[in-house]
Structures are given as structure tokens and as C-alpha cells.
Design a protein around this ligand. Sequence first.
Ligand SMILES: Nc1ncnc2c1ncn2[C@@H]1O[C@H](COP(=O)(O)OP(=O)(O)O)[C@@H](O)[C@H]1O
Ligand SMILES: [Mg+2]
Length: 369
Amino acid sequence: MGALSVLERMRGLREDRGAPAGVRAPQAATDDADGPFALSVRNLRTVYELGHATVQAVREVSFDLRPTERLGVVGESGSGKSALALSILGLIEPPGRVGGGEVLLNGRNIVGLSERQLSSIRGREIALILQDPMSALDPVKTIGAQLHEAIAVHNPQLRRSALRRRAAELLREVDIPQAERRLDDYPHQYSGGMRQRVAIAMAIANNPSVLIADEPTTALDVTTQAQVLGLLDRLVDEHRAAVILITHNLGIVSEFCDSVSVMYAGRLVESSSCEHIFLGATHPYSEALLRCVPNPERLAEGPLPAIPGFPPDLSALPGGCTFAPRCSVGRELAVCHEQTPVPELVEGPSGSAIVECHFARERAARGSR
Ligand SMILES: Nc1ncnc2c1ncn2[C@@H]1O[C@H](COP(=O)(O)OP(=O)(O)O)[C@@H](O)[C@H]1O
Ligand SMILES: [Mg+2]
């Protein structure tokens, strides 16, 4: 997924899915004129209590996801992307906890449900694919046995022979050759790419309406990455699932997603259609992230710029805008260091965006690049 893909996608962004919901202003509704949302997250807050410090990993995050929409969540390492994913699925473990907010899945709030209630929802309504496929696989059980379990949890009526048929079908669906025979292999007999395919097969086994993929291709080599992403693309379409794709790779977002949210220090600081971000990001942080994408048209300009400074310590956040100390616009400005920007719905030349920046309006109006 190099820069060329980004540029190609800038010219041919998906237009067949309607307006992405990510650009909508936070509100309490679970639907709008275009129909119900598959997922609505409202003021979600997650902390890790470390004794000496409280890490604010997810800070009052709100967004909506439409059925079949694909939302990319991007941001530097440590910005809270995985914590957001785990919080949505009810998988945050001590010393972490969800400290507030709602996760409305097909209209029903699942925050605070018992582990038993959640396990009947996970896999069937919402599923997770992680960076390391081994976290979804048990090394001492055959692939077939693990697929049987994933299917049987939500289909207890199925007999063994039917389970095996469905498991083989799933392996074929994710392009594992000789599926029938390979059901009896153990995970170590599969390559990394094949293991991630199996993890994807397990995630889609029960047709969830929402799929969260947290850096699903980061551990794979580039060729395998493209194959796995292609597979995910096809399956998500076939199963008509909505997707949250977490990645630090903007090229992947431009390839795969309709909308994008940029995460910084536990907040979504800019949410819009991909078209808006790639043609003229409004938030100075989104703009800086985009400048770090290799661009063959700019090779002559010299080495890639890096964003100066480091993300803030989430247990000792600065006042005002958390990006201000690194910001090309607000580094020297009192307002940026003293006042916390609120999410604002702005109109730019290539669409609307929700942006948390004191200068969002001016920047959107002129297009930042
Ligand atoms: N199990 C944990 N214990 C303590 N802190 C954690 C734990 N998991 C994540 N964190 C903290 O939460 C913040 C967000 O982490 P994470 O969601 O993993 O970021 P990302 O996925 O964007 O790289 C980081 O400051 C990280 O140190
Ligand atoms: Mg992560």
C-alpha cells in the first residue's frame, strides 16, 4: 500500500456508499434520516489505573458507524486505538476499566453487560481481528477444532458433520488450499498469512454486522499484507459488515475505507470522509500525519518530514489542546495552550468534517494544503 495507492484513491474514492456517518456531529440518536447506525459510540471513556498514575487511554470518544460503512482509525502508537477497540467489545482488563459512556450496537447499549451476555454478542453481532493471529488461535488445538468452536458457540444445534462442513467452507472462503485436509493441521503448520486468514474466518464465521480489525496486516510482509487486505475487502462486501479498521498506515485507509477518524491522545481530533482528509486535512495533526506518507511527486523535496516532538503522557495531559506543544499553528498561541478545543462541524472544499482545533473553521474554509 504505497503512496501511489493513496494518490490513486484520491482520484477514485468510493462514491457508492452514501455519506459516511463518521462526519456527523455527536448526538444522542441511534439513527438519522438515512437509517439506523450499526454502531454508535457515545462519550466512551477508558482509563488504566496504575497506582502511581491514571492513564486516560480513551477520552469521551463519540462516533457513528453505518451498516457496511468502513471507518479507518489512524494515529501514532499509544494514542488509544487498541484501547478504543477493546472498550467497544467489552474486553478491557484490569488495571483498565471503561469509566463511562455508551456503546450502542444495533441500537442496544452493551456497556456494563455481564460477561455471559457479552459472549453471546461477540462473534455474532461484533467481532475482532487482532494484529497477532496467534492471539485468536490456540496452539494446541487443530484449526478445525477451533473453527468448530467458533461456529458452535452461536449454533449449538449443529451436528459434528455439519460443523466440519461449515469449517471447511470457511477455510475455502479465506482461500486456504486443500481446506478439507488442512482442518486437521495445528496453527504452527500454517504460515503467518494463513493464520491471519483463519483468524478472519473465525471473525466472520457468524456473520457479525460490525467487524473491528486492529492492525490486521501490520505483522505481515508487504505481499501477504496486500493479499490479506484484498481478502478482507471481499469478505466484508460479501457479508455486508461495517468495519472499523485500525492502522497507522494511511495508504491502507485510502485503499479500504470510506471515512477516517484521526486519534490523538485518546480523542478523535478529526473525522471525515477519506476524500476530505486526503484532499485537505483540517486538523494540523492530520495534516502532519499526511505529510509523513511517502509521496513520489514530492521526492525531489528531500527526506520525509517527521512530526516534531512526542505524543503527550496520557497520565499527565497538558491543559488546552493536547497537540499544541507539537503544532505548527498553535505552538506559540496562548489560546491553544489554555483552552480545550471542542468538536466543531466544519465545511471544507471537499466535504464536511468534525474537527477539534481552535482554528478549524478558518483552516477548513481555505483547505489546509
Ligand atoms: N494493559 C495496560 N496497562 C496499562 N496501560 C495500558 C495498557 N494497555 C494500554 N495502556 C496505555 O493506554 C494508552 C493507549 O494504548 P493503546 O490503546 O494500546 O494505543 P495504540 O493502540 O494507539 O498504540 C497507552 O498510554 C498505553 O500505555
Ligand atoms: Mg494498538
